[in-house]
Each structure stands twice: as structure tokens, then as C-alpha cells.
Write a protein that binds this ligand. Structure first.
Ligand code: CAA
Length: 296
């Protein structure tokens, strides 16, 4: 069993072994920061080409840090040396103290992954999800270890953003919460503990702002650039809400708004019809080459 760990204490050895499921944008960022901070990381994906691309992205982002002087060449080499890739979940999670799932945001897929993790990950392992909106309590309920299931919600771009939103499911234990808070601090991040309700805190507040920006555009109050300029220069946001929506993915924004709308039962969360149309038309933002802006 895990021993209780106080903040800033040295972790028990298995907690130095991290498995990350999914090698997309979030998964490769999560693997990057754990490896950079001295953890051994197994990055797992069903697709070997996706794993190869992820290692390429991590290398590129480490190069960026080296070029800027925030990381030495030796640290870059050591970071890459702590990363291993697997296409088998069973092999990848053997010996892990913490598994962070960052697969596609699809409920059935995540539930199946957690059933598999419960079967193959060591009994003591903490099972975390990077979900941005699926209930941690629901995910935990498909495992036999709901006290060890927790949300660890990183923000994109993971190597840059300081926040980890730590989400306690209904059954998550105090010990596991303290361990995950401590691990997040070891990544030089600031963890924030929140409870498991729709959208948690980050997206409960961010998505209505993005939706309101889209409604403002839809109603013809102002154009895309005007709306973003007001929020960027007027409120000192690094990106305007429409550019941020493109960056997050309009399909992801729509899915999260639907979770808020359904889960909280308040019409104020209803997604703007323009957002629904854009997603149906395949205009998903940066990843599809076009959203509120063009990316070519
Ligand atoms: N890896 C490593 N470093 C990176 C990086 C990456 N992937 N991406 C950017 N950086 C670094 C750059 O090297 C640069 O570092 P310095 O300032 O030290 O030189 C810094 O980040 C800024 O990058 P750029 O100069 O290239 O570009 P920028 O100034 O436009 O900043 C940004 C880019 C950090 C993305 C900034 O625009 C920003 O903060 N945007 C908002 C991000 C945000 O809100 N994220 C949360 C989205 S919501 C979410 O993730 C959760 C959800 O559930 C939907």
C-alpha cells in the first residue's frame, strides 16, 4: 500500500514511474513535463506512428526550451532518455505508480481504458484522467479502486501552463489527493483542488465566456477580430476567446458546453447555433485548418 506522503517529501519509488495513455497534444505534453522533472515515463498509444510523432513534438519543444536557455542540452538528452513508448497498455503500465490517461475525449473509450487499467496497472497505482469534462466519479465507478481514481487536468500547452486542476471524485481518498497535489508541485506546476461537478472549475467558467463570444459574433454585435481585440487588450488575456476556441478545438468546446448544459440543467449553457453549425461543417479550428480564423 502507499504510505502517506506529506507535501515536499520524497516520493516512494513507484511514484517515480509514470505511464501516460494517449500521445496526442495533451499526452505528449504530460509525458514531456514528467520526463523533464526526473520521472521515468512510459508513453502508450495504440498507434506506433502517433508515438513517433509525439517523440518528434517533444524533441521540438525541448529544443525550443534549449534555444531559450531554460534547459541545458544535457537535460534535454536526459529527458528524452527517460521516455519509453509502448503500443501495449498491459506492458506500458507494468510497474507504474501513477497512470495519467489523456486519450480522446470520448466517454465509452475512457470507461474501457479504465477497466483495462484496473486490470493491468499495479494494485497500488493511482489512476488519473486528464479529462476536461467527463465525470471522475463515473470513471472511478468502473474500477475496483475508486478511492485511487482522480482528475489531473493539465492545460494546453502543457510545458508552459502552470495550472493542474486536481479533481476529487466522490470516492477519491485524502491520501491520493495529497499525493497528486505533491506530484504536480514536483513538475513545478501549481495544483488546485476542486470537486467533481460538470466542467469542474476551469471549463465551467471558460466555456460560457467562449460561448458568449460566439453569440456576440452570431448576433452581429462585432466581428471576430474586434471581439478578440477587446478581450486581449481590454482584459489582458493572452488570446481572444475566438482564437482560444480555435486553439482548443471547436468540437471540444461544443462537447464541453453540452456537458455543462446537460449536467447543470440551465439554459444559459446552451451552445450557440453558430458553434454547432461550424462543428457540423468540419470547421474545427487550428486542427482542421479553419475555424474563426484561417490556418494555412
Ligand atoms: N512547449 C514548450 N514551450 C512552449 C510551447 C510548447 N508547446 N508553446 C509555447 N512555448 C513557450 C515559448 O517558447 C515561449 O516561451 P518564452 O516566453 O519563455 O520565450 C512562450 O511559451 C510563449 O510562446 P510564443 O512566444 O510562441 O507565443 P505566445 O506568446 O503567443 O504564447 C501561448 C503562446 C502560451 C499559447 C499563449 O498564447 C497563451 O497563453 N494562450 C492561452 C492558453 C490557454 O488559455 N490555455 C488553456 C486552454 S484551455 C485547456 O487547455 C483546458 C481545456 O480543458 C479546454
Amino acid at each position: 500500500a502507499f504510505c502517506f506522503i506529506n507535501s515536499f517529501s520524497t516520493p516512494i519509488p513507484t511514484l517515480m514511474n509514470i505511464a501516460v495513455i494517449g500521445s496526442g497534444t495533451m499526452g505528449n505534453g504530460i509525458a514531456h513535463v514528467f520526463a523533464q522533472h526526473g520521472f521515468s515515463v512510459s508513453l502508450i498509444d495504440i498507434s506506433q506512428p502517433a508515438l513517433d510523432r509525439a517523440l518528434g513534438t517533444i524533441t521540438k519543444n525541448l529544443d525550443r526550451q534549449v534555444a531559450k536557455g531554460s534547459l541545458s542540452d544535457d537535460d534535454k538528452t536526459a529527458t528524452l532518455g527517460r521516455l519509453r513508448t509502448f503500443t501495449s497498455l498491459e506492458e506500458g503500465v507494468a510497474g507504474a505508480g501513477l497512470v495519467v490517461e489523456a486519450a480522446t475525449e470520448n466517454v465509452e473509450l475512457k470507461l474501457q481504458i479504465f477497466r483495462d487499467l484496473d486490470r493491468y496497472a499495479p494494485q497500488d497505482a493511482i489512476l488519473a484522467s486528464n479529462t476536461s469534462s467527463i465525470s471522475i466519479t463515473r470513471i472511478a465507478a468502473v474500477t475496483k479502486r475508486p478511492a485511487q481514481v482522480i482528475g489531473m487536468h493539465f492545460m494546453n500547452p502543457v510545458p508552459v501552463m502552470k495550472l493542474v486542476e486536481v479533481i476529487r471524485g466522490y470516492a477519491t481518498s485524502d491520501t491520493v489527493t495529497a499525493q497528486v497535489m505533491d506530484l504536480s508541485r514536483q513538475l513545478n506546476k501549481i495544483p488546485t483542488e476542486v470537486n467533481d461537478y460538470p466542467g469542474f472549475v476551469a471549463n465551467r467558467i471558460l466555456m460560457p465566456m467562449i460561448n458568449e463570444a460566439i453569440i456576440t459574433l452570431f448576433e452581429g454585435v462585432a466581428g471576430v477580430e474586434e471581439i478578440d481585440t477587446v478581450m486581449k487588450l481590454g482584459m489582458a488575456h493572452p488570446m481572444g476567446p475566438l482564437q482560444l476556441a480555435d486553439f482548443i478545438g471547436l468540437d471540444v468546446c461544443l462537447a464541453i458546453l453540452r456537458v455543462l448544459h446537460e449536467g447543470l440543467g440551465n439554459p444559459k449553457y446552451a451552445p450557440c447555433p453558430l458553434l454547432v453549425n461550424m462543428v457540423m461543417a468540419g470547421r474545427l479550428g487550428v486542427k482542421s485548418g479553419e475555424g474563426f480564423y484561417q490556418y494555412t
